[in-house]
Design a protein around this ligand. Structure first.
Ligand code: ZN
Length: 242
């Protein structure tokens, strides 16, 4: 194969998606051709970076992927099997499939990473712009407020809360593990040995506000999505101002 023909293979080769006999041909060419060696190195660095660091794709990578997806498949021209031999007639389509699979894989990795980053940015912006974050900070700083903690029995999870002078409670619940969408955390106030529901917090609560008065002891349970009137579950965290 010529330099130009070999170049067609380099992307697939860099992703280890060539047949063993194609690998031998490419290996032999790479020993003689510095330009192709540099190109393989480039492909590998791009693939490694996309797979591990989540950095931006280098200039032109989207275009190259798009080109490889849109390029007319050269091997799909119909060739009579008896004229060309079975090997040539199936060889190029197989390579094309491998190339498309490699390109699709890179696209998938990029899409996942972009989505992941978007979600992190969303969460960050929500936290920054959530008015409850500012109200919570102000309540914590207010000397008339009472700060409390809710802790798990094993002491691994501790949530910080505050009750202001007017009896409003705020609780930062973002360190609770996320629940499935059909589950919810529910906040309770303790009245003697009874728990009174103060509110359903959803499966992924951030900062919640609630009517804390007249309670001084609080607990959180995990319940079915709409919440329950009377819980039979053990609290995940509990504690209070008293
Ligand atoms: Zn070359």
């Amino acid at each position: 194969m010529t330099h130009e023909e070999i170049r067609e293979f380099l992307g697939v080769y860099a992703l280890d998606a060539v047949d063993p006999d194609e690998r031998i041909v490419v290996d032999r060419h790479l020993r003689e051709c510095a330009r192709c060696r540099a190109e393989v190195q480039d492909h590998r660095e791009t693939a490694a970076m996309l797979a591990h660091t989540g950095g931006d794709a280098p200039d032109g990578v989207w275009q190259r992927i798009a080109d490889s997806l849109e390029a007319p498949p050269p091997g799909l021209r119909l060739v009579p099997v008896d004229a060309a031999g079975p090997r040539r007639s199936r060889r190029l389509p197989q390579v094309m499939l491998a190339a498309l699979a490699a390109a699709a894989l890179v696209v998938a990795v990029l899409v996942i990473q972009v989505r992941h980053q978007e979600r992190r940015i969303d969460e960050l912006q929500t936290a920054l712009h959530d008015p409850l974050t500012q109200v919570f900070q102000a309540a914590l700083a207010d000397p008339d407020s009472e700060v409390f903690e809710l802790s798990s029995a094993d002491g691994r999870t501790t949530l910080r809360g505050v009750v202001t002078a007017d009896g409003t409670g705020y609780l930062r619940a973002s360190s609770l593990p996320r629940l499935a969408r059909d589950r919810t955390y529910q906040l309770w106030g303790a009245a003697g040995d009874r728990l009174i529901s103060l509110g359903v917090m959803g499966p992924r609560p951030g900062i919640v506000s609630f009517r804390a008065e007249p309670y001084s002891t609080f607990a959180i349970t995990e319940e079915v999505g709409a919440g329950v009137v009377v819980t039979t579950n053990h609290p995940i965290v509990a504690g209070g101002t008293a």
